[in-house]
Design a protein around this ligand. Sequence first.
Ligand code: AHR
Length: 658
Amino acid sequence: MGKVIAILAASMIAAGNISAVNQFDISVNKPGADIAPTMYGVFFEDINFGADGGLYAEMVKNRSFEFPNPLMGWYSSGKVTVKSDGPFSRNPHYVTLENSGHKEKGTGIDNEGYFGISFVKDSSYRFSVYARASKGKKSRIIVELVDPASDGETQVCARVKINVITDEWTKYEVNLSPDKTVEKGRLRIFLDSGNPVDLEHVSLFPVDTYNGHENGLRRDLAELLADIKPGVFRFPGGCIVEGTDLATRYQWKNTVGPVENRPLNENRWHYTFHHRYFPDYYQSNGLGFYEYFLLSEEIGAAPLPVLNVGMACQYQNKSLDAHVPVDELDPYVQDAVDLIEFANGDTTTVWGALRSSMGHPEPFGLEYLAIGNEQWGPEYVERLKVFIDTLGKVHPEIKIVGSSGPAPDGDKFDYLWDEMKKLNVDLVDEHYYRPEEWFLSQGMRYDNYDRKSPKVFAGEYACHTKGHKRNNFDAALCEAAFMTGLERNADVVRMATYAPLFAHVDGWQWRPDMIWFDNMRSVPTVSYYVQKLYGNYKGTHVLPLTMDGKPVAGQENQNGLFASAAVDKPTGDIIIKVANTSAQSQEIKFNIKGLKKGRKLTSMRKISLHSDDSRLDNTLDNPDAVKPVEVTENIDGNYFSSDVPAKTFQVIVVSCEQ
Ligand code: AHR
C-alpha cells in the first residue's frame, strides 16, 4: 500500500501537482557556516554606457577633444581649430575659437552629451573649462544650456559670460541653473569677443552628485547600489579589463591622478556587437580606480579590482602572440604590487601619497585582487602563477581570485578548477549566463563542492530566458531560486555578483541588466529587487533546513520550492527565503526547533516579490510594475505557516523576544 501511495505521489508531481505537506524544520540551535559579509555584492563594468554617460555624472562627451575624431560629439560653427600642444601631456588636444571674420557668422561649439544633455529646471550644474586668451589680450565666452528642439528654434535655458583674462591656462568655473527642464539639450559655448580663446577640458556636472563629490557619480544610480547593501564591489570589468588587444586593456594607472590628464581609452563595447554599434563609446577614465575605491567604501562594500593577467581577450585573439610572453610580465605584476600600495600603502609611499593627494590619506583596506577575467587554458595558468609567486611573497595578506573561464562547466572549466586548486588561489570566479532550466537545475550545484578547495566567487551571472534575452519576472525568480543554493552553501560560496549592472536605454549592448536608466531617470528591475532582498536580509549564519524530513535540495522535484534559512546573530532574527517556482500557491509550515528556553517567536515580516505575468518587468515608464510587498503577522508558538503564491519569491523575517 505504501508503495502505491509513493508511486501515486511521484506521478502527481510529475504531472505538475503538488504533494501536500511542505513542512520546513529549521534548527536555530545548530547554526552552520558563517555567511561572508562579502556574500552579495555588485559587479561594475563600463558596458551599456555604464560609466561615461551613466554612473559617472560628467555630461560632456569628448570633453578633452581626444577622441580619434577630436570634434566627435561637438557641433562647430565659425572658425574652430583643433590644436595639440595643450597643457595636459596625456590629453594634448584643445580647440581655438577665433573670430570668423564675418560679422554675421559667430564662432562656437555645441556639445551633444550622451544621447543629449539633460537638465532640470532650477537645478544647479557646475561648468568648468581650462581657457586662455592670446598674449596681451583678453577674451570672453558665453556658456549656455540650450534646448535645440523647441519648435525648431533654439531656446536658451541658462546663460553665463566668462571673461578670460590671461594668456596662462586657467580653470574657470561657474554654475548654471536652467529655467526649464530639457531632456535632450546641449551645452553651447561661443566666442563673445574679437579676440580668440583656447579651450580645453570642458566639463559639466550636476552639483548634486552622490555624496557631493565634484568629480562625482549620478546620485540616483549610486543610491540604488548603496540600497542593495552590497558586501563586495567588483570593478572595472569584465572584458574591458582584457581589451581587444593589449594596447586597449584597462590600465589602472591611467585612471588615477588629476582627471584632466587621464588618457582616453577605447571601449571595446563600442564595436563588439555590430547590431549595437556605438562609434562614440570611449572611456574617459574620469571614473577611475580612486573613484571605484571611494564608492566601495561609501556603499560599505569590499573593493575587488580585476587586473589584466598579460592577456588580451581570448575570444578576439586566437593567437598566443596576442599575449605578453611569460618572461616579460614584470610590468603587469608591478601594476598589481603598485595597486596594493595605492590602496593600502601609507602616505610616505609613492602610490599611497598619490591616493592621499587625491583626498584619501587613510588606506582603502584592499583585501582581494582578481587576476584575469574570463581567461582560460595553460596560457592563463602559467601567467597567473607568476603573479601568485610574487604577490605571495610581497603581499601574502591579499586574497587572490582566479578564473574558471567563461562558462560554468565543460573542459575549460574543469581544467581551470584543477589548476586553481594546484595554485591554491583563495577564490575561483565562476560565470553563468544561462537559461531558466539551468538555474532551476543548479540549486544543488555547490552541495558537493570540496569544502577544502578554494572558495567560490559567482562573479557574473544572470538568467537569460530562452528566446527572450530581456529582463523579466521569470528570470528574476529563477535567480532567486538558484541563490538559495548559494546561501545554503555559504561555506563554499563567499561572494556573488549579478551582471551586467547598468544599461542606458539609448546605449545598451547587452541585456538583461540589473538597472536601466536614461539621462534623468533610473529603474530597478525585478532582478535588482532579488539582489536587494538577499543583500538586505543576509543573516550571519546558515541554519539547517529540511523539507518534509529531507534536506532542502533546491530541486524542482521538491514541489518547485527552493529555500534557505539563516540567523542574524546580532538581532536574533531568523531569515527564511523561499522561491515557489511552481504554478500553484503553496502553504508552507514552519517548525522552528531548538529555541533557547524563554525565547519566543513574536512576529514575521513577509516580503514578497510576485507577478502574474512572467514576462513583466519594471521600465522607466512603468517603474512600479513588480516591487516587493511587505506584510507583518503575529506568531504564536514555534509553529506557523505562510502561503507562498505561485511564482513568488518570499523573504520571511521572524523576530523573537526573550
Ligand atoms: O557582463 C558582460 C560580459 O560578460 C563581461 O564583460 C564578460 O566578463 C562576460 O563575458
